[in-house]
Design a protein around this ligand. Sequence first.
Ligand code: SAM
Length: 281
Amino acid sequence: MKVRHQARDVDPDSASGCADIRTRFDDPAFAAAYAASHQVSGPPQRYFSSRLHAVFEVLGRCPGGDLLDVGCGPGVFVQRVLDARPGDFRITAVDRSPAMIVEAAGNTADAEVELVVGVAEALPFPDASFDVVVAMGVLEYCDFVAVLRELERVVRPGGTVLVSMLNPLSPYRLFEWGVYWPLLRLLGRAEGLLGRSADRRHCVPKSGIRALPAGSLWRRMRKAGLRPVDVVHYDLTPAVPPFDRFLGKWTRRRERPADTVTRGLRRWMGTAYLVVATGVR
Ligand SMILES: C[S@@+](CC[C@H](N)C(=O)[O-])C[C@H]1O[C@@H](n2cnc3c(N)ncnc32)[C@H](O)[C@@H]1O
């Protein structure tokens, strides 16, 4: 495993949503907790395993080659690729946060993976270097136009690009962002007025997330020079937070991974989606 720090010239403030979220991703304790949330049963784990199913369905059609994971976080996806497709891919993973790269290095210690600190808006790789480019859970924090242009630049002609995005039109996200989080923030403020100490108050930090509906992301990918070919909605749930926790417990026993993703009528229930595109140039 090689770890490289490489920054191309980019304004750090244009490269991420807001200082708040940047600070959290840069915190080693947050990086470790984020990695652990993939294992603990609950909504995040439900989300991650559904997304993994959707991504591996697409990866199954890729014979192998050079794979880039953009915004790799603590390297959980890289780990899964190494386990599921040993020897098929030469993997490079890049993230803006050194803490995430350190965590990824720990999680992939025995493997031949190149880990790079760098930003998605100015990827430190030559044109047409990768057969598969994956950007999961990262576009929401970035300059869409710059990142999509970079994904298009580094993928080889005929290569595959997979981009995930939270679905802002799903009942889950509408309720989470419009009702649930604002209510928790209000509750935290009320607790403050009543004298509860800061560490015991409800707190939802500003997420810095900006999300696009699937049609809009599809058009932006085409504008960036990619050829979108497929959209898969995943993490299907008719419930909204926090009730999905209880419904989830009840339904998960019977749920098969394939039932948590769709290309059909149930897509409105997907809390997120994946757009698959092909490199053209
Ligand atoms: C929500 S985490 C997703 C991590 C991983 N891809 C996953 O799906 O589990 C978002 C990651 O994107 C990284 N990130 C945010 N803005 C970035 C940027 N402009 N360039 C590169 N990485 C960025 C963060 O440091 C963080 O590790």
